[in-house]
Design a protein around this ligand. Structure first.
Ligand SMILES: [Zn+2]
Length: 485
């Protein structure tokens, strides 16, 4: 099935010796190359048309002769007919209008190859039949705008072959003329050959329409399920959970009847077809009647974007380095001579000497995953803060009321009291910070920091959040969203 392709991208500088997919006459009689950039849609919708945002070094285009114009027009018709017979996927790729004796059918001119596991761009290009040297040149050019590590399995790479007469006058096999891939639904990257000059990188950005969507609903069993049922895209749900994960224990705190709302970006093409979802600008959770709202806000002084609550506090909570008041550090992290065993041993935490009974606080919001006697650690508590961080507290005299496995604790909440249970020489708190289940030095590690806005930044945040509230109020709440595909 043939897709009708339209485009307005003018790159110019393509001489007669290099025949690009389709040539066209533009105002003033100059010749430009119509770069046919389509996106593989996998559906029957019209292909997306792009605008080229990067211009290459230009030569003065030659005037196109009438003869040339006729040839290319005829070739285009032939190509259209031929492409009607090739597979649907190939037909969705730009139609090459160049015909050479070596290229007997379109497949030899335009090839689309999917990236497989373990592929590199070089493997992909050579598999499609491109010459190694040419592939190398194209990849080198492409690497200026493309990170090879971002090559994804299943991603399509399209190759165009033709004859670059400046390069190989007696060539019988077509050369690699252009390599393109869609890095995102709105960003196509290409390496394009200029006759005799090699490849240049070219980035094509699709101008998508941004629309804000306000969606929400009541949570029946889990936020994830309810949000998915409301048609909210998975990526947005995951973002939503991540944003609230410092404040909400999604396993325990959700009660039937709680609700959520999310206000996020959607990008559509000119036909209104949704192509991707963007950032959450605002979200709220109402838990047992209490509403928490967060706003996405960029602090212009440091350029960071983060989510803040109504009072301008970052949702990211830092862990306390010293979860105890009035204590002194008695033993640092690292190798040391063990005080009771006498030999050198790695100390995987820090010790704070304090009077027995001194309260110990939770270093951050989290869930208690261990609160019991634990061998040489004595009375021991471990708190899971998020998927990355945990903290542990040892040698406690006793646990605070309500501290048991599964209990939800807030930063600064008292979880126990200093003691000398387990293998210990005297009353102290042995404190550990675990990152990805490995102990790290709490005194030197960079802990996830949350910012509290103040001064000018707080004023800016206040007027921004007010603006967002008004914006949201003017948008209808959707409880059943149409999904992308
Ligand atoms: Zn210790």
């Amino acid at each position: 099935m043939l897709k009708k392709i339209k485009s307005s991208a003018l790159t110019g500088a393509i001489g007669k010796s290099l025949l690009m997919p389709v040539l066209t006459t533009v105002a003033g009689g100059a010749v430009g190359a119509l770069l046919v950039t389509t996106f593989l849609t996998g559906s029957d919708d019209a292909p997306v048309v792009t605008k080229v945002s990067i211009t290459q070094p230009q030569e003065t285009p030659e005037t196109q002769t009438a003869e040339n114009a006729e040839i290319t027009a005829a070739a285009a018709t032939e190509a259209e007919e031929a492409s009607a017979e090739v597979s649907e996927k190939e037909a969705e790729v730009a139609v090459a209008a160049y015909v050479s004796p070596a290229a007997q059918n379109l497949n030899e001119l335009t090839k689309t190859v999917s990236v497989s596991k373990g592929d590199t761009l070089m493997k992909v290009l050579t598999r499609a039949g491109a010459d190694r040297t040419e592939s190398y040149e194209a990849i080198t050019a492409l690497n200026e705008i493309f990170d090879p590590r971002s090559l994804k399995i299943g991603q399509d790479v399209t190759l165009y072959f033709g004859v670059d007469e400046a390069r190989e006058s007696n060539a019988t096999a077509p050369s690699l003329i252009r390599v393109s891939l869609n890095e995102d639904v709105d960003r196509q990257l290409a390496a394009v050959r200029t006759p005799g000059e090699g490849f240049t990188a070219q980035e094509t950005l699709l101008e998508l329409d941004r629309k804000m969507v306000r969606a929400g609903g009541v949570i029946h069993s889990s936020l994830f399920l309810s949000a998915a049922q409301a048609g909210i895209p998975t990526k947005t749900i995951v973002d939503l959970i991540r944003i609230f994960s410092y404040d909400v224990d999604f396993q325990r705190e959700i009660q039937p009847g709680d609700s959520f709302e999310v206000y996020f970006e959607r990008f559509a093409d000119e036909n209104g077809r949704v192509l991707k979802d963007g950032a959450i600008h605002w979200a709220s959770m109402t838990l047992s009647g209490k509403k928490i709202s967060v706003y996405r806000f960029k602090t212009t002084d440091d350029g960071f974007t983060d989510y803040y609550d109504e009072k301008g506090r970052s949702v990211k909570k830092t862990l306390m380095r010293t979860p105890i008041d009035g204590a002194r550090l008695t033993s640092g992290f690292g190798k040391r001579k063990h005080p009771t065993l006498g030999y050198t041993k790695m100390h995987r935490g820090v010790d704070f000497g304090a009077r027995s009974g001194t309260p110990i606080m939770a270093a951050g919001n989290g869930t208690v995953e261990f609160a019991a006697r634990n061998g040489t650690f004595g009375n021991y508590v471990r708190i899971r803060h998020n998927s990355e961080f945990k903290t542990a507290y040892a040698h406690m005299r006793k646990f605070a009321k309500g501290i048991r496995k599964g209990a939800r604790v807030k930063q600064g909440q008292i979880i126990g009291y200093v003691g000398t249970t387990g293998r210990s020489t005297g009353p102290h708190l042995h404190y550990e910070v675990h990152r990805n289940n490995k102990q790290i030095n709490p005194l030197s590690v960079k802990l996830p920091a949350g910012r509290k806005l103040g001064g000018k930044m707080l004023s800016a945040f206040r007027s921004y959040s007010e603006q967002i509230r008004q914006e949201i109020a003017s948008v209808e709440l959707e409880t059943q969203l149409a999904s992308i595909k």
